[in-house]
Design a protein around this ligand. Structure first.
Ligand SMILES: CCCCCCC/C=C/C(=O)SCCNC(=O)CCNC(=O)[C@H](O)C(C)(C)COP(=O)(O)OP(=O)(O)OC[C@H]1O[C@@H](n2cnc3c(N)ncnc32)[C@H](O)[C@@H]1OP(=O)(O)O
Ligand SMILES: NC(=O)C1=CN([C@@H]2O[C@H](COP(=O)(O)OP(=O)(O)OC[C@H]3O[C@@H](n4cnc5c(N)ncnc54)[C@H](OP(=O)(O)O)[C@@H]3O)[C@@H](O)[C@H]2O)C=CC1
Length: 280
């Protein structure tokens, strides 16, 4: 779809790039010539992803940094290390945490677990990069992965809905504040794209996956390359005049019926009990 060198010369950080959509994006950016760094908490996962991807061809080497983005000092150290051999060009805020739960059953720790990753962690990484771009007068580009319920809200994923709404507000706020300095911020709002991380936590029964497909106007889930193509465009210079935008890629799902998880109101008390996390 794109010229092989669309992203040549760009250094890109993908948070949560060891798995799922983050990994798919990281692989596609690399194939188009970007020097990609992925980060996450599980170093074994990151190392294995890099090993598998780098063994494939001689595109620029993908590298990794272990980093828990909830830890502001760890984020500072990671960003310093990335800048040590030249500035980053693109940040992709992809790391997230989520699960389905009835909101009145959420503990404060459960709320913090999601807000800590999605809202706080994303803002720590974005600000750490933004400060350096401003100080170095370097053009920057931030792409954040949100969801359609960032603006519609959704039952049963309350902390995620609150956090993703915050990331969207960050995108629009900084697009204006940092735009004059050549820094663009945009977001992608995906519909359902099968990944192990999302499906294990959000689709506890196979029939729910079918429901996601049935209720979608296109009657199917998204394919990773459909999302990665969009991400490549948004982080490339070809989208140079797109700023502060959120692009929905959901087959028309949210127009069909807002609130991705609202339909879980049909789950019984027994259904909810069965998927509660077991006390450690
Ligand atoms: C299917 C259609 C797609 C729609 C997409 C919707 C848009 C968004 C999608 C996504 O974000 S998908 C990404 C999914 N990937 C991940 O979540 C990966 C990272 N996730 C995690 O690490 C965990 O799931 C976590 C719980 C978010 C964080 O883990 P952490 O180790 O920090 O927390 P814990 O110590 O395990 O738990 C803290 C606290 O939270 C409570 N809790 C955990 N899971 C649940 C649950 N399912 N229901 C209710 N509460 C939960 C847990 O019990 C702890 O609370 P206390 O018991 O200590 O009070
Ligand atoms: N799949 C889907 O249908 C949809 C996904 N999305 C969004 O897409 C993005 C990717 O989700 P998906 O690929 O499905 O899920 P995954 O679970 O595969 O990806 C989440 C990634 O985030 C990383 N991560 C979580 N917490 C932290 C942390 N504290 N510090 C650093 N990294 C962290 C995880 O690695 P580790 O655990 O090793 O830290 C993991 O690699 C998310 O933003 C999600 O909200 C949005 C709508 C739909």
């Amino acid at each position: 779809m794109y010229k092989d060198d669309l992203l040549a010369g760009k250094k890109v950080l993908v948070t949560g790039g060891g798995t799922g959509l983050g990994r798919s994006m990281a692989e596609h950016f690399r194939r188009l010539g970007a020097a990609v760094v992925i980060c996450g908490r599980r170093q074994d996962v990151l190392a294995q992803t890099c090993e598998e991807v780098n063994a494939r061809d001689d595109a620029p080497e993908m590298t990794w940094k272990g980093c828990d983005i909830r830890d502001a000092q760890a984020v500072h150290d990671m960003v310093e290390a990335i800048w040590s051999d030249g500035p980053l060009d693109v940040l992709v805020n992809n790391a997230a945490g989520n699960f389905i739960s009835r909101s009145h059953e959420l503990s404060s720790r459960a709320v913090d677990a999601v807000l800590g990753i999605v809202l706080h962690g994303t803002s720590y990484v974005t600000l750490a990069c933004g400060k350096r771009w401003l100080a170095g007068e370097h053009a920057g580009n931030v792409l954040s992965i949100v969801t359609s319920y960032a603006w519609t809200g959704s039952a049963y994923v309350l902390p995620s809905a609150m956090a993703k709404a915050g990331v969207l507000a960050m995108t629009r706020s900084l697009a204006v504040e940092w735009g004059p300095h050549g820094i663009r911020l945009n977001a992608i709002a995906p519909g359902p794209f099968p990944t192990k991380g999302a499906w294990e936590r959000l689709v506890p029964r196979p029939e729910l996956a079918e429901r996601f497909e049935q209720k979608n106007p296109l009657r199917r889930a998204g394919r990773h390359e459909e999302l990665t193509n969009l991400a490549c465009y948004l982080i490339s210079d070809q989208s140079g005049y797109v700023n502060g935008e959120v692009v929905t890629i959901d087959g028309g799902e949210w127009l069909q019926g807002a609130g991705q998880f609202n339909f879980l109101s049909e789950m019984t008390d027994g259904d909810w009990e069965a998927i509660k996390p077991k006390k450690k």
